[in-house]
Design a protein around this ligand. Structure first.
Ligand code: NAP
Length: 238
């Protein structure tokens, strides 16, 4: 029931996010209120999804192949995102509004509990969806990490400006890091063949598709020499 409600809310976020870009990074506005350093914001707001599934697994241990694979995928992402990614962010990154970190903290808490509950409670059998979903997850994970690394390398220590990213899938789209993240969670949804997994994939699309569009328009307005053939998120399409 919670998974269905979460899916419905995620689907509603998409049209809303097309009209209002979340105010962090290059889209920060003063009216977003007080800020904290980006590294602190990312660690605090992503930690619930790293810790809550582990807590649920400790309470309801389940040493079966599919739940262990799903837990490993989820934790691989979130331990990196909460405890490694923040320390790769350049010191010059825009500070993060507390309101954004608080909203994301709520999201990762609900989502971490939901995915952790499904992993520890839903019946699973090893089937082709698990294998295909895991392959997709790793493909998306690799694209996301590689693309984020290209962005970090654009700034020398102490710099805070923006440059045109090049290399990897940046030849095709403005936001391959978002594309990788979407593929990753679609893979997880397939591997978990659950409404909960689907709801997270829908939320990720709802957050990142409008943001990719906003980044893309911003790049085009900011850099007169921005490559015209580059799309926002989907190679050759969008
Ligand atoms: N699952 C989800 O729903 C979800 C939602 C949001 C984000 N994420 C993931 O979280 C990660 C970070 O997201 P994000 O929205 O912060 O990504 P982003 O806007 O692409 O920025 C990533 C980092 O690179 C810097 N940067 C971006 N473009 C740059 C450029 N052209 N020149 C120099 N530096 C640049 C940013 O600095 P500034 O901060 O100063 O702009 C920031 O530190 C991504 O991997 C994304 O997929 C996932």
């Amino acid at each position: 029931m919670l998974a269905l409600a979460w899916l419905a809310i995620g689907a509603l976020v998409l049209p809303a996010a097309l009209f209002k870009t979340a105010p962090y990074g290059r889209h920060t506005v003063k009216s977003a209120g007080p800020t904290i350093p980006a590294r602190v914001g990312w660690t605090v707001m992503e930690s619930p999804s790293a810790l809550l599934p582990l807590l649920l697994f400790a309470l309801y241990p389940r040493f079966e192949p599919v739940p262990l694979v799903l837990l490993a995928l989820f934790e691989l992402h979130y331990i990196h995102r909460a405890f490694i990614y923040p320390f790769s962010i350049r010191a010059g990154a825009r500070p993060m509004p507390v309101s954004i970190a608080a909203g994301a903290f709520f999201f990762t808490s609900v989502n971490g509990l939901l995915q952790g509950w499904v992993i520890t409670h839903q019946p699973f059998a090893m089937d082709p969806r698990v294998v295909l979903g895991t392959v997709l997850f790793f493909a998306g994970f690799a694209v996301n990490k590689h693309s984020d690394r290209i962005l970090f390398a654009l700034r020398a220590p102490g710099e805070s400006g923006y440059r045109i990213p090049r290399g990897g899938l940046y030849g095709l789209v403005s936001c391959p890091n978002y594309l990788g993240e979407i593929v990753q969670w679609c893979g997880f949804a397939l591997a978990s063949y659950s409404i909960a997994g689907l709801s997270f994939a829908v939320w990720t699309i709802a957050n990142l598709l409008p943001r990719a569009r906003a980044h893309h328009l911003w790049y085009r307005e900011t850099f007169p020499d921005y490559p015209r053939e580059r799309k926002a998120l989907l190679p050759w399409l969008y």
